[in-house]
Design a binder for this molecule. Sequence first.
Ligand code: GDG
Length: 497
Amino acid sequence: MRRLLIVSNRLPTTVQERKGELHLEPSVGGLATGLSSWYKSRDSIWIGWPGITGKKIKREKDILAKLLSENCHPVSITQHDVEAYYHGICNRTIWPLFHHFPLYTEYSEGFWQAYERVNTAFANVVAGIAKPNDIIWIHDYHLMLLPKLLRERLPKATMGFFLHIPFPSFEIFRLLPWRNQILEGLLGADLVGFHTYDYAGHFLDSVHRILGYEVAMGQVTAADRVVRADAFPMGINYDLFSNAVQDSKTHAERKRFHKKLEDCRVILSVDRLDYTKGIPQRLEAFSAFLDRNSKFLRKVILVLLVVPSRTRVGHYIQLKKQLDGLVGEINGKYGTIGWMPVWYLYRSLPFHSLAALYSLADVALVTPLRDGMNLVAKEYTATKMDGKGVLILSETAGAAQELGEAIIINANNQEEIVQALEKALEMPEQEQIERNRIMQKRLRRYDVVQWANEFMDKLLSTKKLQQEMEEKTLSYEMQRKLASDFQESNKALLLLD
Ligand code: GDG
């Protein structure tokens, strides 16, 4: 099997600094959790930023050795570039624009230069490690220039790119001052993957309208190469979540939660703190639901798990304040001694606590305003061993295209969310089971390993296609000979195939 180089902004293992000492911890998030066992099962190396600056990691030889022993190769980023690249262009420019928030988007030449510098630093590390037969798989919006930078250094490389966030429509994407460079950057890959056909279509549309390349049937004819774009909806590690329900640690956690929740029905909400996730709209809809359904007062609890994220970006700081205020208002208005309608947890929970919450929740309320995929919706469904539980899912999450048996809503339509909550809490058990069984079958079949394997198969077939097309392309000498023969001839018959 060919060696695989996975390249992403963060490594699956993060270096954390606590009380002046460095520790290694597994990174949270779908990619790291989902792919960690798959990548360890094959000959592979992961290349990424370890979470601290280059200087610190070089000083700590033990930490570096431990990372390398786990096949994790760090890329050094200076403190200045962490600001302008990660907190700057990644979180203040690309993230909001690609999630259709143009008013939140900041355009700064300094940010852009840091993006070029960091992508170049990644290219240098990858090019130093890569061998001719390796497969390179680059992930996400932090590294959209990397495919082209690597193609310049390794012209024959087999290289795929996967975007984990939405690719916006042309009208939004065109606002980016560096739109040409981003598209050219991505086209350095042989295969560009997205969660949905819509995102792949938006990308191809922009390639055609901005760069003028010919686009047909998911294929771009770019200068001298053919590049494919396609949809690969990311799956989860299904067995990890469905087996976790049986685990004794999850049992213990579930028991502990049940004691506190008493007989209340549980509506669960789990997200990183992000304005794309629609958390304030969700809280307002829950408040309207309580207003209209007094029979559910003291009978239902919304568990709101919000994982801190990007805590230094202004919009995130404001959002945190807004959430604190809304939760206070709802609890103040409807709460009684002994019953708080919203249980607000602003932290990241250990895996077994999360699995316990998923498995005990009667309803999962997943209402992002826009989300590349949303793995929480899939993870919740995977833990429903007895089939009971209702998923309410926003139509603007990529996951909605696969989970049609959920109650699908428009996250901006408060009335729809209220009605969905009413329907979910009244849904007959048999209907819940029927809906979940269909979704579970799909999620089990197309899990994260299947997702990665399908991407790999398509990447290799794209490479084969390119080789076949190269064989058909006339060499330069042949083209010259044909041209001179043509000029010298009196009559010519052209046969074009
Ligand atoms: C990006 C895209 C796309 C959450 N809370 C805790 C915790 N989590 C884990 C969940 C899940 C992951 O974090 C969140 O994944 P999402 O997909 O929901 O969202 P993003 O972080 O925004 O991810 C998204 C994804 O990339 C993959 O392509 O689906 O659209 O935005 O796996 O389980 N894990 C633990 N404690 C928590 O409190 N341990």
